[in-house]
Design a protein around this ligand. Structure first.
Ligand code: URA
Length: 216
């Protein structure tokens, strides 16, 4: 498949990448991202976790960054957060086959606690550098709806002032005719036992609204 032409495409997110989106098809971008050395995160990661799913999906889900299990498998959302996401997707009548699922950052960042590799958040510079890959995925897939999972992806989509607590589940217009929404990250739900049921219900409700599409 030839790379889609840039003509007529507008980068839809509020925060731009720190470097231009590489050219190429999804398959070649995946290969190039596998060799990415643009920030130091590749050094400790096992592999680059590029997006997966329908190459012409109407709906794109953007998570934060891969965790331990994703780093080993090379696929987004295959660990506990992915299991919870699948549960909520099923409850909302969505399945991964109709989606393109990716992350804002493509390498696992962690600190060692004994033998355990515990997630560390990619910093703003690492996020900005890595956004070149998300920009390229958006350009190739051209979704009309983007769902940000968690604050990192939400702020990339809607800007630093975005607040998940107040604004999750709201449809917001993005440049280029794309519609965006943000919702709770499944990992955040797993980490907050006291609020788990309420937030899971909110995630499911937001996914239902996302599946239904914006009222135009
Ligand atoms: N959390 C994410 O944001 N993405 C993954 O792929 C896994 C966990």
């Amino acid at each position: 498949m030839a790379a889609r032409r840039e003509t007529g495409w507008t980068y839809p997110l509020a925060l731009p990448p720190a470097m231009p989106a590489p050219a190429g098809t999804l398959a070649s971008l995946r290969r190039k991202a596998g060799r990415c050395r643009a920030c130091p995160l590749w050094q400790q990661a096992t592999r680059t976790v590029f997006g997966v799913g329908a190459p012409d999906a109407d709906m794109m889900l953007v998570g934060e960054q891969p965790g331990d299990r994703e780093d080993l498998a090379g696929k987004p959302f295959v660990g506990p957060a992915g299991a919870l996401l699948d549960r909520a997707l099923a409850a909302a009548g969505l399945d991964r086959g109709q989606l393109y699922v990716t992350n804002a950052v493509k390498h696992f960042k962690f600190g060692l606690h004994g033998k355990r590799r515990l997630n560390q958040r990619a910093n703003a510079r690492e996020q900005a550098i890595c956004r070149q890959w998300l920009a390229a995925e958006l350009r190739e897939v051209r979704p009309t709806r983007v769902l940000a999972l968690g604050a990192m992806a939400a702020k990339a989509a809607f800007g630093p002032a975005f607040r998940l607590t107040a604004q999750h589940g709201q449809w917001l217009p993005l440049p280029g005719g794309v519609w965006g929404m943000a919702t709770w990250h499944p990992s955040a739900i797993l980490r907050s036992p006291g609020e788990r049921e309420r937030r899971l219900a909110e995630l499911t409700g937001d996914l239902q609204r996302f599946a239904a599409g914006p009222a135009r």
